[in-house]
Each structure stands twice: as structure tokens, then as C-alpha cells.
Design a protein around this ligand. Structure first.
Ligand SMILES: Nc1ncnc2c1ncn2[C@@H]1O[C@H](COP(=O)(O)OP(=O)(O)OP(=O)(O)O)[C@@H](O)[C@H]1O
Ligand SMILES: [Mg+2]
Length: 621
């Protein structure tokens, strides 16, 4: 192990968290939540499966009895004719086969459902984690949990677990049946069990550690790959392909060395197990010889014992191979469970559809239903109050906004100016309460969001819904144009056409063969930046929120489209409260007031005609 640790790249150390020792205790609780709704059905099919495997294996015992009765020894089948015995064997095999099939199919289906519900619950919670989690965690690392780790989980719990259980049933049944054939063999079985378990225990920690290390070493290379594909054009223009390639290769080499190490551990384990089976068969042979010699065992029962012990060599080997997969799956469960147990952002709730009792605040169904139809205000505009606001992204980072105090009146149009990095976009983040506000208060129509249980205020989601936002980077999602405009699918085509008409995109959309079903690629990359901004504007129009916030919405459009956006602020949003951040000062000419920020502090706040010229003058110096 130490040899492998020396090649570990240093950036892994601040990456994945490695766990040592046993699984986190919570994962058993998690699996219980996942399987609970299916418990009765699962118990039924488990019993069916157990009996099915038993019937199939018990054929060996019947044959053993048959042999004994053929050589003239009394056995439970002595009174049956050969034809009857063959009938019995056929009946047992058929019933066993059908029961096993029903078990396999039903159990796989139920288990797949249970484990998918776990995935859903993890997704529900991860999507509500605090923004600081997404700031600190590379996308690749999150993707690894939901792809490769979940892949390991589903690869077992999604079906093959039935196979693993069949093997366990076989081992239990073999023990029972061998004991029925001759109780003395139970001693041998216990001896074999202890030896196998000992070998497994000797290897267990090493195998588990190797597998955990393997899971953790996968994500840095995926994270780097994701980052590289996103920044491909920049990397090319700076001709930095080599250094990115080298970093990827070094991460990938590390992953491969881990893979090789894990494989070596597995091969060594498998070799130990194989050697042991050979040794055990030898012991069984010698022991049986003496037992028949001394009259302690019948020939039939020796046959049964030999069949089961040579069969069990294979089954035990398979059992441990499956145990390996099982452990890999459990580590996957553990890694997803870790995300599921994290605290979600303060003030937010899980939807009432969340079933796992993880202690996260969850909407009460009645409250959720009530909130779904409620708006913070039915008016067309709302006021925003900011009192003694101090804001920073994390406790260990410097203040980004320092003691802000102002009010935006309902229906007012406020422009925000300031040099780059002065805190304009951060003010919007604070308005949406995307990060915890450590000092001060922000409210809409004098309603602050309710963050802690003891706070007075309105539901955080209701509070956020009262603001529509066009960000500095227009955000579009993979899907159709219709989906991007109307994410919740509430609106009719006419309404969509109407807003597209307003932003000047209707002709462009109608000229496209798929019209509203036009495909939008990931992050809208098949559209120009201007088109993206106009679409976001259309989405904002559809939302009908009393407050509209625009961050640099006119930075990437041509003069004609800029005019549309400026018109939007003047006409379409005329009766809304507007907060507009712009570098292009012409965009702000029609604002009622201007807020000038510098290093997170308010330098001036007053009528446009007063503040804008001052800001222009200061900027030119
Ligand atoms: N997610 C973040 N985590 C930590 N610090 C951040 C984060 N986002 C912004 N900052 C910091 O906050 C400060 C203000 O950034 P902000 O984005 O608010 O500036 P801005 O006024 O919008 O600038 P621009 O005009 O360039 O858009 C900057 O120093 C920036 O480094
Ligand atoms: Mg900004």
C-alpha cells in the first residue's frame, strides 16, 4: 500500500474524503428506508427463493437415499418405486426452478425500485445543498457520485443482489441438507466455514481500503476532464493542451495504479480461496473413508457430502466474489448517503414527497399545497428593503458588501453601477438569499425570508419567487425551447408566442422547423449569447414577478437587440420594480435612481441625473 500512496497526486489530498474502517452506521438506516415500502413482498419472495433453492439442492439427498435403498440399506425412500422416486425428483426440480425464477424476477424488480428511490432522495437533497457546497465541490466530483458510485450501487441492488442471495441460500441449504444426510458432517462444515471466514477476514481490510481508494481516485480525473471540455476553446487558444494533458495523464495514471492494485488484491484473495477448497476436499475424502470404514456414515450420505463440499468450493468462491461487488456497492451507498445526510441550505425545505427520515426540514403537504398557489403579493410590483446588510460568501472570506442601507420602492427602477468586483452581482446573490446573511436584514414588502425556526418571515421559496432574474450569464438548460421558457409547463403556446414577440424572437423561432420544440443544447451553447439573453428575458416576462432583476443583461446583444431589452425595461416591465446592473451607462438613463457601489460600500444613491454624471466623471479620471 505504502508504495502506491507515494505516487498519490497532491491535489487528491484536498479532494475526496477517504473513510477508514467499517461503513458509516447511517447506511443501514438508509437501506432500511429504501426497502421499507416493499418489505412484505420482499420477505415473501425471499422465503419463496429460499425454499426454491432448497428443493433444487435436496435432489442430492433424495438420490443419496435412493443409493442407500438400492444397496439394501433402509432409507426414507425405501418404500417408493424407482418411478415414484424419479417423479419426486422431477417434481422437486420443477417446483424449485419455478420458485427460484419467481424470486429472481420479483426480487430484482422490487430491489431496483427501492434503490431508485434512494437515488431520488439523494438528488432531492443534493439539489438543495447550500451554494457554498457547489462553490467548493468541483462538478466532476458530484458527477462521479451520481454516475460511477451510483453505477456500483445499481449494478448490485438493481438486480444481481438476487443472485448473491441465491448463493447465500445455497450455502445455508447445503449446511442443512448435509446435516440431514449425516450430522457428523456439520463439524466439517463448521470447520470449512471458519477457515473460509478466516481467509476472508485476513483480506477484508486490505480489499475494502483498496476499493475505497479506487472510488476516491476516480473523481479527480473525471473532474479534470469535465473542466477541460468546458474550457476547450480557451485551452486551445492559449496552446496549453500539453499541460492539461499531462495533468489528466497523471491523475489517470494514479487511478489506473489503484485499479491494478485492487485487482492484484483480488487475485491474491482468489488464489488463497482456491488453494483452500483443494485442501478441504482432501480432508473430506480422508475423513469419509474412515467414517464409512467405522460404519458412522452410509455410502449415500458420503455421496451427498462430497457433492455438497465440492459444490460449496465453487459457491463459496462465488460468494466472496459477490461479496466484493457487494462491498463496492455498499461503498457507493456510503458515498451517496454522505451527500444525502448533509445539511440543506438554511430556510429551505424538502418537498413533501421526500420519504427518508433524515431529519431535514420537510414541507408539510398541506402547507406545500397552500404555498404552491400563493404569491408574496398580488400587486404588480413590490418594495425591497435592505437594512444594515453585511455580506460575505463564507465566514473565512472578506466582506463583499459592507453595511448597506437602502430601499427600492414598489414600481421604482433602480440602476446599480460600480467598477468590476465592487459587489453588484453579490448584492443580487444576497437578495435571493443564496448565501447565509450573517448581519442585517433584507425584506420584500417588509417580509424577510424565514430562515431559522424562531425567525419571523415568509417561506424562503415564496420570497424568492417574487423576483425574476436575468443573470450576467444567461442560463438555459438542455431540452426544448418550450421547456426553457416555461419550466413548469403552465403556459399555453399563445402566451409563449406573445413573450417571444415582445423580445423580437418570434420570427426567428417560427422560421425554425421545430418551432417551440427547437432543441436547446447544454447551457444553450447552440445559441448566440445575445439570443440566450433575449430568451431569458422572455422567460422573465412570462414569470410575471413583481420584481425584475437584470445583471448586465445588455452586455452581449447588438444595438437592435439592446433596444429591445431597454424597451423591455421601459414597456414590458414598466409597472414592475426593477433593479438593473449595467456597465453600459446608456442602459441606465431611464432609471429613477442610481446606486453606486465601490468595494462593497455605497458611494452614492440618488436621482439618475445626479449620480450618473458623478460616476462617469470618477470613472474617466
Ligand atoms: N462565489 C463566490 N465566492 C467567493 N467570492 C466571490 C464569489 N463571487 C464573487 N466573489 C467575490 O466578491 C467580490 C464582488 O464580486 P461581484 O461578482 O459581486 O462583482 P461585480 O460588481 O458584479 O463585478 P462585475 O462588474 O465584474 O460583474 C469579488 O471580489 C469576487 O471575487
Ligand atoms: Mg457582476
Amino acid at each position: 500500500m505504502s508504495k502506491n500512496q507515494t505516487v498519490k497526486p497532491k491535489y487528491l489530498s484536498d479532494g475526496e474524503v477517504r473513510k477508514e474502517g467499517g461503513y458509516a452506521k447511517t447506511i443501514y438506516q438508509t437501506l432500511h428506508y429504501a426497502y421499507k415500502p416493499f418489505l412484505a413482498r420482499i420477505v415473501f419472495v425471499l422465503i419463496l427463493g429460499f425454499l426454491g433453492r432448497g428443493l433444487l439442492l435436496a435432489n442430492t439427498n433424495v438420490i443419496g437415499y435412493w443409493v442407500d435403498s438400492l444397496i439394501g440399506k433402509h432409507s426414507p425412500v425405501s418404500d417408493l418405486s424407482s418411478l415414484q422416486i424419479i417423479g419426486l425428483l422431477l417434481g422437486m426440480a420443477l417446483t424449485g426452478f419455478v420458485s427460484t425464477m419467481i424470486f429472481r424476477v420479483s426480487f430484482s424488480r422490487l430491489s431496483a425500485k427501492a434503490i431508485s428511490s434512494f437515488y431520488d432522495e439523494v438528488t432531492l437533497r443534493t439539489s438543495r445543498l447550500p451554494m457554498s457546497f457547489f462553490d467548493k465541490t468541483p462538478a466532476g466530483r458530484i458527477i462521479t457520485r451520481f454516475s460511477s458510485d451510483y453505477g456500483n450501487v445499481f449494478r448490485l441492488f438493481g438486480g444481481p443482489l438476487a443472485e448473491f442471495l441465491s448463493i447465500i441460500f445455497d450455502l445455508i441449504m447445503m449446511t442443512i441438507l448435509i446435516t440431514i444426510a449425516n450430522p457428523i458432517y456439520l463439524l466439517l462444515v463448521v470447520f470449512i466455514g471458519v477457515l473460509n471466514f478466516g481467509v476472508y477476514k485476513l483480506n477484508q481490510d486490505r480489499l475494502r481500503k483498496a476499493r475505497r481508494e479506487l472510488s476516491a481516485s476516480r473523481s479527480p480525473s473525471i473532474a479534470h476532464f469535465a473542466e477541460t471540455t468546458q474550457g476547450a476553446s480557451t485551452i486551445r487558444s492559449f496552446r496549453r493542451q500539453e499541460s492539461f494533458k499531462e495533468r489528466f495523464e497523471s491523475l489517470d495514471r494514479y487511478f489506473l495504479s489503484q485499479k491494478l492494485f485492487t485487482t492484484k488484491q483480488l487475485i491474491s484473495f482468489s488464489f488463497q480461496m482456491n488453494s483452500m477448497t483443494a485442501f478441504l476436499l482432501l480432508i473430506t475424502g480422508v475423513a469419509s473413508y474412515f467414517m464409512v470404514e467405522k460404519g458412522w456414515a452410509s455410502v449415500g450420505s458420503v455421496g451427498v457430502a462430497f457433492t455438497f463440499i465440492s459444490l460449496s468450493g465453487n459457491t463459496v468462491q462465488m460468494f466472496f466474489e459477490w461479496l466484493t461487488q457487494f462491498e463496492e456497492a455498499m461503498i457507493g451507498v456510503e458515498r451517496l448517503d454522505q451527500y444525502m445526510r448533509m445539511d440543506i441550505e438554511e430556510g429551505n425545505y424538502l418537498p413533501s414527497t421526500a420519504h427518508f427520515a433524515t431529519g431535514h426540514p420537510t414541507y408539510d403537504p398541506t402547507a406545500e399545497k397552500y404555498l404552491a398557489h400563493r404569491r408574496l403579493t398580488e400587486d404588480r410590483s413590490a418594495s425591497v428593503e435592505i437594512n444594515n446588510l453585511w455580506f460575505r460568501y463564507r465566514d473565512d472570506l472578506p466582506w463583499v458588501l459592507k453595511n448597506l442601507n437602502f430601499e427600492v420602492k414598489a414600481g421604482e427602477r433602480l440602476g446599480i453601477v460600480g467598477r468590476t468586483g465592487s459587489g453588484k452581482s453579490s448584492l443580487i446573490q444576497a437578495l435571493f438569499h443564496l448565501y447565509p446573511i450573517s448581519k442585517g436584514l433584507i425584506s420584500i414588502n417588509n417580509h424577510p425570508p424565514k430562515i431559522k425556526a424562531e425567525d419571523k418571515g415568509v417561506d424562503l421559496n415564496l420570497y424568492r419567487q417574487s423576483m425574476a432574474f436575468i443573470s450576467q450569464e444567461p442560463i438555459l438548460f438542455q431540452g426544448t425551447l418550450r421547456f426553457n421558457l416555461d419550466i413548469e409547463g403552465h403556459h399555453k403556446d399563445e402566451s409563449l408566442h406573445e413573450v417571444l414577440q415582445k423580445v423580437g424572437l418570434l420570427e426567428w423561432v417560427q422560421a425554425h422547423p421545430d418551432s417551440l420544440n427547437m432543441k436547446i443544447e447544454e447551457r444553450g451553447k447552440n445559441l448566440s449569447l445575445g439570443e440566450r439573453q433575449l430568451l431569458c428575458m422572455a422567460r422573465c416576462l412570462l414569470q410575471q414577478s413583481p420584481i425584475v432583476i437584470m445583471d448586465e443583461a445588455t452586455s452581449s446583444v447588438d444595438p437592435q437587440s439592446e433596444e429591445i431589452l431597454v424597451r423591455a425595461t421601459e414597456e414590458f416591465f414598466a409597472d414592475r420594480t426593477q433593479i438593473i446592473i449595467a456597465h453600459r451607462l446608456s442602459t441606465l438613463a431611464k432609471c429613477d435612481r442610481i446606486l453606486w457601489l465601490q468595494n462593497g460600500e455605497v458611494i452614492a444613491l440618488g436621482p439618475t441625473a445626479e449620480v450618473l454624471p458623478k460616476f462617469k466623471k470618477a470613472e474617466l479620471v
